[in-house]
Design a protein around this ligand. Sequence first.
Ligand code: GLC
Ligand code: CA
Length: 538
Amino acid sequence: MEKMKDWYKDAVVYQIYPRSFCDSNGDGIGDIRGIISKLDYLKELGVNTVWISPCYQSPNGDNGYDISDFQAIGPEYGDLEDFKVLVEEMHKRGIRLLMDLVVNHTSEEHIWFQEALKGKDNPYRDYYIWRDPVNDGPPNKWGMGDPGGSNWIYDEASGQYYLHLGYRMQPDLNWDNPKVRDEIANMINWWFDLGVDGFRCDVINLISKDFDAPEGGGNGPNLHKYLHELHERCFGPHNAMTVGEVWDLEPEESLMLTAPEREELTLAFQFEHMRVGRVDAKRFFIGEFDPHKFVEMLAKWQHGLNGKGWNALCFENHDQPRSLNRFGSPQKYRRESAKLLATLLYCMQGTPFIYQGQELGTINPVFHSLYESVDCEANNIERYLVENFGMEDTLRRFSFDSRDCARVPMAWDDSYNGGFTEGKPWIKLNDFYADINAKNELAAKDGVYAFYKELFSVRASKKTLLRGEFELLKNEGGAVIYRRYLEGEKDIYVVLNYSDNKIKCDIPKGEIILSSYNRTKLAPKLKLEPWEALVIEA
Ligand code: GLC
Ligand code: CA
């Protein structure tokens, strides 16, 4: 497929979590053939780019984010032949493919690490980060206060520690070793040769460590050098879309990674708004959600990157619970609030990212027992939560905030196992699959899928929505109005009622181009319905 310059700005990206998307052979695990069978569903929605979470060979301690062979498809997902068919079928439909690039660490089962464990003289030893003990303990205090414990693991055989910033089974690669950088660059180009169009880059700011930092250790002195090198050797020549996963950064820092003239990445996620409604920004610590703050935060990023970078518009992914539970009204106004959130986010400047099931207004499942929760992050903290808050409250927290909330199988219909598998699913189903599933949403007159589809089609037809600038005009008492504008084009106003109440609001005069309540005319004294979303061209 021919790629225009800056095609990432026109991408509408759908994230697939392959384990939970569609199972073609009844083993209870989603797979590549399953994805192929749903490409028309994605095309119909208006998606033109798909990001697939890792489907490489992995012992699945962290569901594929612990890779044991970067150049092999995990057998549970299929094989390289299936993958080639996938690329071909996607490109045939005008859909581009982003793979997940997880190169801060490998699985401990990766051959490199297995070699490295053999001793200090092994040629692969320097592929990882080893340190001698300090005062008979780990080299520094990283991770000591976390439920998972120190970021260093002691290796009896050699008397040294190795570093893992992620989970225990994910030893960090040593990017300061040029051999590691060569291996990674060659691997990336190998995927490009197979037709891949770009990458989502897992915890990418961790690849260079800042050993002086009291915690965490990412954003090290060579981060930009290494990314620029990847750009020169891999991303640039392939005109690739690259979106970095980076936590805790300000717009200026994001621009250091993504400003086009710097030639590093094309985009970076920001997750600042994901912290709203969590006490001390911590997952599982549920606080008040303030829509006003939430909108402010999004606006801050719109202004922060304007003219210099580009936003990745994202409310959901495989690491976050469903946005309706956190930012919407999942019980009373499920469809209405799903439409409002979509309008709020995807009419902003940037590239939309949709996580599987979001287009159906999917809500979190309920965790009735710890056995139903399988994610390593939840497993790490469950003991602490149970001891401090009791079982019932722990399960309430899991049902609100666990990563498994988004990882239960995609619900395709109300049949056995929600149409996800003929076998036994690897993780519990969503409790609500019989009501909230693709078949029902597609059939319903006011379904969420149809609204997403219309939104993306309106978006694609308006230059102002694709490229225009952003201005927040109102954000009070539930009323949110923002304007998009572009020279030579009509202005576009996004008008939202981010509340459960009817509210009066002065609305810019113009033509309705999208309405979540099927409104066709703007009455002079208009009252917005609960969670109403309107887009007006004036
Ligand atoms: C990223 C992934 C997450 C994974 C972690 C460690 O944050 O999104 O799922 O657990 O990296 O690789
Ligand atoms: Ca399968």
